[in-house]
Design a protein. Structure first.
Length: 164
């Protein structure tokens, strides 16, 4: 929260909400042997595969919004668990393509159902998943996510001591 602000800032509220939802998803998918980050990877991969895509780790990282190195670490763990397979990308031998295994598809379908039920619960204060308020909320979040960030300003005397 910022000094002089009568209440929490939007950034603080987004951070709190993101943490609340991450914890809720972590708890919901834990019985399936997944974390929230792993769920994000397998659910996104599931959706991309349904569209006929076989993304490499970089493409999936860009889609999810995670660092490629973190996606690589998640992918190795999911490969060890038998949920995904990693193969060399024929278009780029340095890149690894990802695909769900049969077991991965089954676990992912279960996880998606669990998370969809959780989202209904989390969005109930707005009227539920299909409510107009939820649609407006989603539009606002999308607007914020689509806005490009300004380049970083070097830490010089004009920025020292300033708060974001």
């Amino acid at each position: 929260m910022s000094k002089g602000s009568p209440g929490p800032t939007p950034g603080f509220l987004v951070w709190r909400l993101a943490n609340k939802w991450r914890v809720a998803v972590d708890r919901a998918v834990a019985p399936l042997g997944l974390t929230h980050a792993q769920y994000s990877l397998v659910a996104s991969l599931h959706g991309m595969q349904r569209l006929g895509e076989r993304p490499n780790q970089r493409q999936l990282a860009d889609h999810i919004g995670l660092e490629a190195l973190y996606v690589s670490k998640l992918a190795r763990a999911l490969e060890s668990a038998g949920l995904i397979e990693r193969t060399r990308d024929p278009r780029d031998p340095r890149a690894m393509q990802l695909a769900l295994t049969e077991q991965g598809q089954a676990v992912t379908r279960q996880a998606i159902a669990v998370v969809q039920e959780l989202h209904q619960q989390l969005l109930e204060p707005l009227g539920g998943v299909d409510a107009p308020r939820t649609s407006a909320f989603t539009d606002e979040l999308t607007t914020l996510l689509d806005a490009p960030l300004a380049p970083s300003i070097p830490n010089d005397q004009t920025t020292q001591g300033a708060t974001p």
